[in-house]
Each structure stands twice: as structure tokens, then as C-alpha cells.
Ligand binder design. Structure first.
Ligand code: NAD
Ligand code: DAU
Length: 351
């Protein structure tokens, strides 16, 4: 069936994997990638599909309500997969308002434009919000986040994502907007901006720079290979229950320090360095304020209802990821030059 889908944030890390999957898998769909190209957005991420006949890129800021209305009127989407966001917790601590603008106001603008276009007939329409497990706050040593876990966000980033989730749900209740929300755990893989733990540490090891471990390094995250997240989004978009939410996770918990040691070991091998040399770069630094102790997802609902499960093991995914970064040093250099160098200095200086 012919469909037009607007994917927001398609030039970012996860968005570019979702755009690639949809463009390749659904030649009958028109895929419109709507992205403001902030520091985190990069059209290089989509070079391999940029000339596909079913792909269009539109540069626009979701905070601009009028522009969103124009774009929705022009492309008349049947569906929206909304990923555009400010996504880095540390940046949200320095500048919370930027997160309110994009993540809250931007999401409400998209909901309004979709409502204006669809309000007379919601049949076959879908607003899909891609969200995070951080909305649930933090776990203690045990337990898992379930779809019914109460929201309890701790950082400005997670508060803004929780707020946007609430707006999506409220538009469903109040205006009948057909929606679905997924809350996913930490992603890793190719094209991730090197401010996030795994690509940052790969880049620092390559350049023999310190590996800044926050606090005691005993924080736990549940890691998922980004291609598996994109597969889950495809499945939920096509088969998910309307007005429902699904948790997505890797069944793959790691304490930061253990993960970092594994990463160091693999990097020593790949770079032909003496075993233990990358680990010498580990430096314990001042903790992130409000640092959530542990995230871990119960992904049984999406597994049982839609048959989704991760397709690669962590060992395979990490190996592929490291190989990709080592083969794409130019990409790393281009995204880490300019403004990012300044950010790095400010974020880590004196920590
Ligand atoms: P990212 O920071 O890599 O990419 C964000 C994209 O959004 C960029 O292309 C950027 O240019 C675009 N963008 C930012 N502000 C915009 C604006 N005002 N208007 C239009 N475009 C704008 O983010 P990511 O890690 O790929 O995350 C994508 C989504 O998935 C986010 O909503 C995030 O909250 C969610 N998520 C991320 C993870 C993760 O581990 N990275 C996990 C769960 C959920
Ligand atoms: O759980 C999903 C979330 O995962 C997403 O919603 C976010 O967009 C994404 O950024 C990610 O958030 P985290 O804060 O968990 O990811 P980050 O890579 O920033 O940090 C992972 C862990 O590593 C966390 O415990 C903090 C720690 N850390 C991070 C950096 C950047 C360090 O110890 N040192 C660092 O320099």
C-alpha cells in the first residue's frame, strides 16, 4: 500500500537507521526525513540511500509550528515516526530549556499539525513517539521497568521526554489521536554521536585520551544494538496496538566499568596494542548530578505480542560497532571538530 511517512530526527543516530530500514524495505512508501540538522544530525549518515526515489529530506525545526503545518499540508503524511529530540543527559543538565523547546514544544507542534491534517478521519493514521526508559527514573539493585511502572524522571532530559509522552497520550484521550509509544533502553552502534559512552570511549582510546568514568562506574545500563531498535520500531509501527506502549530492551545489563573493561580489551586487540594499555586510560571523574543508578527493561510484552527479540548478541554488536568506528575515522573526525571540541572542553575540564 502507498503511504507517506514523516520520520523526524532521521539524520541522527537511531533515526538514520530507521530511515534506512524503511526506505529499503518499503519501496512503495514515501519517506520524508524531517530534521533540523543540529550538532547531532548529519546527512552523511544517509549517503547510501540519499538518491532513492522514495526518499525526501526536509530541513526544518520542529519548534517552528507554522513550518510544521506547511510541511504536513504539503506532504500529507499517513504516519509520523517522531524521533527528533535533544538526546544527551549531560547537555540537559547544562541547558534544560533547549530540551523543553525541542522535546516538549516540538512534540506538541507535531501533534497539532497531525491533528489539523487528520481530524476529520483518523482511519489508517498513526503518531508514533519514540521515547526512552529514562522516563521511569531509576531502579535499585533489582527489578525491571515494565510498561506499568510509574513515571519518575530524574534529569531534565528524562523530564522532557516524560512530558512529551504525556502530551502524546493526552492527544489520544482528548482528540482521538491514534498513537503508539515505545520506551527503549540504551542504544549503541554505527553513527552514534561520540558524546555518548561507547563511541566516546572508542574515540578516546584511538586518540590515547583519558576515559572519564563518572563516579564509581557502578551504574548499570541495558544495551541494545541500534539495528534491533529499528526492527522493533518497524514492527510496532505496522503491528502495534493503538494507544498502547511497548518497552524495548536488550536483556543485556552491564555495569559501566565492566563494559568499559571489555571495550578496552577488544580495542587493544584491534589496534595491536599491548593487553591492558587501553585500560590504563581509565580515569574516575566527578559524577553526573542526579545520576540514575540502574536501568533494565522488561521487554516481554513486545516479545510475546509482536514476536520481537534482539537479533545479535552483545559481543557481535560491540564488535561490529568497534569495526565501524575504526573504518570510519573520517566521519568521527568531521563530527568531533568545530563546536564539539568546545563542548568537550567545557564538559570534562576540571571534572
Ligand atoms: P540524536 O541526538 O543522535 O539525534 C537527534 C536528531 O534530531 C538529530 O538528527 C537532530 O538534528 C534532530 N533534531 C534535534 N532537534 C531538532 C529540532 N528542534 N527539529 C528537528 N530536528 C531536530 O538522538 P538519538 O540517540 O538518535 O535518539 C533519537 C530518539 O530516540 C530521541 O527521541 C531519544 O530520546 C530516543 N531514544 C534514544 C536512545 C539512545 O540510546 N540513544 C534510547 C531510547 C530512546
Ligand atoms: O536509556 C536510554 C537513554 O540512554 C537515552 O534515552 C538517551 O538518549 C541516551 O543518551 C542514553 O542515556 P545515558 O545517560 O544512559 O547514556 P550515556 O551514554 O550518556 O551514559 C551511559 C552511562 O555511562 C551512564 O551511566 C553515564 C556513564 N558515562 C557517560 C559518559 C558520556 C560515563 O561514565 N562517562 C562519560 O563520559
Amino acid at each position: 500500500m502507498k503511504k507517506t511517512i514523516i520520520i523526524t530526527g532521521g539524520a541522527g543516530f537511531i533515526g538514520s537507521h530507521v530511515v534506512r530500514l524503511f526506505v529499503k524495505k518499503y519501496p512503495d512508501y514515501n519517506i520524508v526525513n524531517l530534521d533540523a540538522l543540529t550538532y547531532a544530525g548529519n546527512l552523511e549518515n544517509l549517503k547510501d540511500i540519499q538518491d532513492a526515489p522514495n526518499y525526501t529530506f526536509v530541513k526544518a525545526d520542529i519548534v517552528d509550528a507554522e513550518r510544521m503545518d506547511e510541511i504536513f499540508k504539503e506532504y500529507k503524511p499517513d504516519g509520523v515516526i517522531h524521533l527528533a529530540a535533544e538526546s544527551h543527559v549531560d547537555r540537559s543538565i547544562s541547558d534544560p530549556l533547549a530540551f523543553v523547546r525541542t522535546n516538549v514544544i516540538g512534540t506538541v507542534n507535531l501533534l497539532n499539525s497531525a491533528k489539523a491534517l487528520w481530524k476529520d478521519n483518523y482511519d489508517g493514521k498513526l503518531f508514533y513517539h519514540v521515547s526512552t526508559d529514562e522516563v521511569y527514573g531509576t531502579l535499585g539493585e533489582t527489578g525491571l521497568f515494565e510498561e506499568t511502572t510509574p513515571y519518575d524522571p530524574n534529569s531534565p532530559y528524562s523530564a522532557s521526554k516524560a512530558s512529551s509522552d504525556h502530551f502524546v497520550r493526552a492527544y489520544g484521550e482528548t482528540y482521538g489521536m491514534p498513537y503508539v509509544i515505545t520506551n527503549c533502553s540504551n542504544n549503541y552502534g554505527s553513527f552514534q554521536f561520540p558524546e555518548k559512552l561507547i563511541p566516546l570511549f572508542i574515540n578516546n582510546i584511538v586518540n590515547n585520551k583519558n576515559l572519564p568514568v563518572y563516579g564509581d562506574g557502578k551504574y548499570t545500563r541495558d544495551w541494545l544494538y541500534v539495528v534491533d531498535h529499528a526492527r522493533a520500531i518497524d514492527l510496532v509501527f505496522h503491528e502495534g496496538k493503538l494507544t498502547d506502549t511497548y518497552n524495548i530492551g536488550g536483556f543485556n545489563e552491564w555495569q559501566n566499568i565492566d563494559l568499559i573493561k571489555v571495550l578496552c580489551k577488544i580495542m587493544d586487540k584491534k589496534l595491536g596494542r599491548e593487553e591492558g594499555s587501553s585500560a590504563e586510560l581509565i580515569t574516575y571523574v566527578k559524577d553526573r548530578p542526579g545520576h540514575d543508578l540502574r536501568y533494565a527493561i522488561d521487554a516481554n510484552k513486545i516479545n510475546k505480542e509482536l514476536g520481537w527479540a534482539p537479533s545479535v548478541t552483545f559481543e557481535e554488536g560491540l564488535e561490529k560497532t568497534i569495526d565501524w568506528y575504526l573504518a570510519n575515522e573520517e566521519w568521527l573526525e568531521s563530527v568531533t571538530s568545530g563546536n564539539y571540541a568546545k563542548y568537550y572542553e567545557e564538559m570534562y575540564e576540571g571534572r
